[in-house]
Design a protein around this ligand. Structure first.
Ligand SMILES: Cc1cc2nc3c(=O)[nH]c(=O)nc-3n(C[C@H](O)[C@H](O)[C@H](O)COP(=O)(O)O)c2cc1C
Length: 365
């Protein structure tokens, strides 16, 4: 079953879009890590629906309840359970899709696999499932900050449809990202992206784009060759998110246009450390972090639900037409930014703990 992620920092999410609630159980969290409801809530608020005009208007506060594993603001080392109750569920919006498969959704495949599905709001395939990941990501970030003093993860929208932002990856901070509701730190591009999404929403259509993520302050040594190489783990984490279509790390597909002489990252001594002069590797070589920034890009498709009449088939295999109802994101990217950060934190935290099993943090020169 595929509901658990990670080896030592082990996260199991549960819940469906219109069920009683959504949440996560985290096992393997070290004791004595400071964590408060407010820190988890801050991350959930960045993911929450209805946070701006650009997102779905479903009204969910997404208030988290930490049920176990934390006492007087510190982790106990026991399983941490975090629950968010669903409040604004409107199953009546989804009556038609009990019988009709929505194109490019998970309706047909869930039915084909399980022979039963909760059709209300996409059930388990809904992006509400990612609440558990974001809550766990908040805890993972705390552990990584406790391990590595310069640790930081920043994700941002780098592209929406044809609008490409200009962003200095090495200097961008979370406060720059949070300045606008698109979560694009290039103000001019953010404006164009906003108008585009408004225009597209007006036409009952949707668009996708690219989220870039950078993790700083990760020392050399994280990643487990051969099957759990760091980039393989990041790729799996990102492609397990709803609506993702592509992943590239470092130079990615652009490497195919380069020669070895352009692409290689020369080593040099800087500040008493082995560093690279360039970073086409994206901070990972041989599946192991090399101490440089780890950066990668994730492609998201246009939201599947659109306001157009579409061809589909019914559960009894008859050709039919479907017009979408319900509340939807015309572009999922602004809300996906904290989710990408959370998944990156889960991978890095798991590998930081796995590295502890063979060497103490900071012991690699
Ligand atoms: C933050 C976020 C919000 C989403 N919101 C919607 C939405 O409002 N409507 C929709 O059709 N899909 C939405 N999706 C995507 C669907 O959940 C997803 O496309 C669907 O479950 C099918 O899975 P797949 O695209 O991974 O194949 C969202 C995805 C994310 C990451």
């Amino acid at each position: 079953m595929g509901n658990t992620f990670g080896q030592l920092f082990r996260v199991t999410t549960f819940g469906e879009s219109h069920g009683g609630g959504i949440g996560v159980v985290i096992d393997g969290c070290p004791p004595n890590i400071d964590i408060s409801d407010a820190e988890v809530q801050r991350e959930l608020d960045r993911r929450r629906p209805g946070q701006s005009e650009l997102t779905t208007q479903r009204k969910e506060e997404d208030r988290c309840e930490i049920l176990s594993g934390v006492f007087e603001g510190k982790t106990l080392g026991t399983p941490i359970a975090i629950l968010v109750r669903n409040k604004d569920a409107r199953p009546e919006d989804y009556g038609e899709i009990a019988r009709k498969f929505r194109p490019s959704h998970a309706d047909f495949t869930y039915e084909a696999k399980y022979g039963i599905r909760n059709w209300q709001g996409g059930g388990r395939a809904s992006a509400r499932e990612t609440i558990g990941r974001v809550a766990a990501g908040a805890v993972a970030k705390k552990i990584l900050s406790a391990f590595y003093s310069e640790f930081e993860i920043v994700a941002y929208v780098a592209q929406i449809h044809q609008v490409i932002a200009k962003i200095n990856r090495s200097t961008v901070k979370m406060k720059d990202v949070e300045k606008n509701s698109i979560r694009c730190p290039d103000a001019a591009a953010a404006k164009k992206m906003t108008s585009l999404i408004e225009e597209i929403r007006g036409e009952g259509d949707s668009v996708g784009g690219v989220i870039e993520c950078v993790a700083r302050g990760i020392p050399p040594g994280l990643g487990e060759p051969v099957f759990d190489k760091l980039e393989a783990e990041l790729a799996k984490a990102m492609l397990s998110l709803p609506a993702t279509k592509g992943f590239e790390i470092g130079s990615g597909f652009a490497a195919t246009h380069m020669r070895g002489s352009e692409h290689n990252d020369p080593f040099e001594m800087r500040g008493g450390k082995v560093r690279t002069a360039t970073n086409n590797s994206g901070g990972v070589q041989g599946g192991i972090s090399n101490g440089e920034e780890i950066y990668f890009r994730v492609a998201f498709k246009p939201t599947a639900t659109i306001g157009h009449v579409q061809s589909t088939v019914t559960v009894s295999r008859e050709q039919t037409k479907l017009t979408a109802r319900g509340r939807h994101d015309p572009c999922v990217l602004p809300r996906a930014v904290p989710i990408v950060e959370a998944m990156a934190a889960l991978v890095l935290c798991d590998h930081a703990l796995r590295q502890c099993a063979i060497s103490l943090p900071g012991s690699i020169k």
